[in-house]
Design a protein around this ligand. Structure first.
Ligand SMILES: Nc1ncnc2c1ncn2[C@@H]1O[C@H](COP(=O)(O)OP(=O)(O)O)[C@@H](O)[C@H]1O
Ligand SMILES: [Mg+2]
Length: 366
């Protein structure tokens, strides 16, 4: 049982501040994913929580107790690193038992914990093997097993899947989620991979340049990103952005972008009117652009013409890369599409799904 609270957590290396006043609460049993591009301060933040770095400012609390001065070994947490190393000369059993032996845990207790972890991870039959006799995925399971046997109150994961190939990464993602469902141990998981964040996190926090941009449930963040950075970071293929000028004509609202013009209705038109917007940055996710030929047209949809540049059939859907003026769009359309490279096509856009960002601050308009 553990709750972790970060209050104004700040870390400077010399003159450079890499973690800037982070406030975050990780509730008991929560699986919090911190996601952000490489170099944004994720590893540093985890090392601060683990006690491997000293804070420049702020507080870290575990179960309400400030742990700033508590050494790593007394924080009751366990970290799985990006570059985990198993002891090559020890078999799987001994690799998992090692930390417990060092702590003088009784032999029978060690045995039951190792057997239990091996069962949870499905590696009971590998206990006698040496690391070099294991596949990458099996090794990763052993690294997890080593952490599980310690029964910490908090797991810290630092990009544990980044060295695995795509298929294995998908499997291990699901396994770590399953593991968390069984153990319900409070976890902080950092990754640069937004797919891991979306699929694994009960809560996620998007970090950029040492600052939390937004935190919440994955779907909340996906549906209502607070700024352009978050909007572009979460989602694959990413959101399309385009600049446009707002025009009012005979009580109707239009958006004039380079290469196309859309009529806006409903909430979006009202919001634009209320804010008195003239020029803005707009965003639309690929799944909110459809091949107009196969799409039931109706209220809330506008059609515009684009020039097709690339067609990528994915099987269940097709990604069409297209240009309207200088604006580039990726649309996720039906595999029945007749889009051809070098030809024009009509896209239907769900205007209610358009996101609006302030041109100066890049914050989303609410
Ligand atoms: N010990 C250190 N001394 C100086 N700069 C560091 C140190 N550790 C990390 N940094 C810098 O802090 C920034 C954040 O690094 P890191 O936390 O590793 O990012 P991430 O894990 O998100 O890729 C980077 O610019 C990195 O170069
Ligand atoms: Mg890192």
């Amino acid at each position: 049982m553990a709750e972790v609270v970060l209050e104004n957590v700040t870390k400077k290396f010399g003159d450079v501040t890499v973690v800037k006043g982070i406030n975050l609460q990780i509730r008991d049993g929560e699986f919090m994913v911190l996601v952000g591009p490489s170099g944004c301060g994720k590893t540093t933040l985890l090392r601060l929580v683990a006690g491997l770095e000293e804070l420049s400012e702020g507080k870290i609390l575990i179960n309400g107790r400030v742990v700033n001065q508590v050494p790593p070994k007394d924080r009751d947490l366990a970290m799985v690193f990006q570059n985990y190393a198993l002891y090559p000369h020890m078999n799987v059993y001994d690799n998992m038992a090692f930390a417990l032996k060092m702590r003088k845990v009784p032999r029978a207790e060690i045995d039951s914990r190792v057997q239990e972890a091996a069962r949870i991870l499905g590696i009971e039959k590998l206990l006698e093997r040496k690391p070099k006799q294991l596949s990458g995925g099996q090794r990763q399971r052993v690294a997890l097993g080593r952490t599980i046997v310690r029964k910490p109150s908090v797991f810290l994961f630092d990009e544990p899947l980044s060295n695995l190939d795509a298929k294995l990464r998908g499997q291990m993602r699901a396994e770590i989620s399953k593991l968390h469902f069984q153990l319900k141990t409070t976890s902080i998981y950092v990754t640069h991979d937004q797919v891991e964040a979306m699929t694994m996190g009960s809560k996620i926090a998007i970090v950029n340049e040492g600052v939390i941009q937004q935190s919440g449930t994955p779907m909340d963040i996906y549906d209502t990103p607070v700024n352009k950075f978050v909007a572009g970071f979460i989602g694959s293929p990413p959101m399309n952005f385009f600049a446009a000028v707002v025009q009012e004509e005979n009580g109707q609202t239009f958006m004039q972008a380079e290469g196309f013009r859309l009529r806006l209705q409903g909430d979006l038109a009202n919001k634009i009117k209320v804010k008195g917007l003239k020029e803005s940055l707009f965003g639309i996710r690929p799944e909110n652009l459809h091949d107009a030929e196969f799409f039931k047209k109706g209220d809330g949809f506008e059609v515009f013409s684009v020039q097709v540049e690339v067609v990528e059939p994915m099987g269940a859907e097709t990604y069409v890369h297209a240009m309207a003026g200088k604006n580039r769009f990726v649309a996720r359309v039906t595999p029945k599409t007749r889009a051809r490279v070098g030809q024009a096509m009509q896209l239907a856009i769900e205007t209610a799904k358009i996101h609006v960002f302030d041109k100066q601050t890049m914050n989303a308009l609410r």
